[in-house]
Design a protein around this ligand. Sequence first.
Ligand code: HEC
Length: 308
Amino acid sequence: MAALRVAVLSGCGRRALLSAPKTIQTPTANMSMSSLLRKKKFVLTALGLATAGNVGLALMLHQSVKASDLELHPPNYPWSHAGPLSSLDHASVRRGYQVYKQVCSACHSMEYLAFRNLVGVSHTEEEVKTIAEESEVVDGPDESGEMFTRTGKPSDYFPKPYANPEAARAANNGALPPDLSYIVNARHGGEDYVFSLLTGYCEPPAGVAVREGLYYNPYFAGQAIGMAPPIYNEVLEYEDGTPATMSQVAKDVCTFLRWAAEPEHDQRKRMGLKMLMGAAILIPLLYYMKRHRWSVMKSRKIAYKPPK
Ligand code: HEC
């Protein structure tokens, strides 16, 4: 049998293809291609317009059923950790923990945080051990089946102020103080909202009566909240000497709550920076490989030349 001969036209020399690309003429193919492209463009444009219209309609409907005129929306505050590459202010996290411990923990639990979580974030290991030892934990059962109390260890979770939600309600006029572990992720506006809530208590406007045991706060849904104003100027004395103004205290506790809800915050942004740096090297490289090296391989023509 005669051997088949396959000639690779202009694939053998990259230069040959690059220098003489005009010799390949396919006028008919070009025409059908361009008309196809035009149709595709038209369909895509129509699709895009339809999608934009639908999104606009959905947004309008969403706005019209929202009672947004009854709520005061928190402004955007310039948090030091707001930037795409900014880390949390860890001195502020540490002060925020102090605020939580001395003020908020009287009513609010943070049941998803353990003392050991503070190590390397706001406190050293020794400090965390001392903090943990200040609490008493019910443990057991022991060999005789009895529960017993012991001093806390870094692996223990933050102690709860109330044994159960019913006890919490009973002590707060029927209002349940929510767990604060994930509160900044659980409310629209995040730390902006919590900051505004803590600093936004004021006299109710004329004509608005607030029931006994509730407090007027324009940022809270319904404007009457069951939490008495928890912070004011000099509500505590910071161990690092920072003046404890009301806004400073609110800002610190919000930074702490952001860390609590998102302990991976700094790591996430560091990963993002690494990704950006990796992409800055990888994307030009990929562009070069695709456009200038691989395109030659891709556009070469392999033809079958029958034996004579
Ligand atoms: C005296 C008890 C008490 C203290 C102290 C207290 N809170 Fe509250 N907190 C409550 C109660 C009760 C509610 C529930 C209010 C309601 O549902 O009407 C609440 C609700 C909240 C809410 C949720 C509001 C919402 O949108 O549902 C946040 C956030 C909050 N507190 C933060 C704090 C922070 C931060 C501190 C510490 C600076 C603190 N609280 C101190 C009793 C307290």
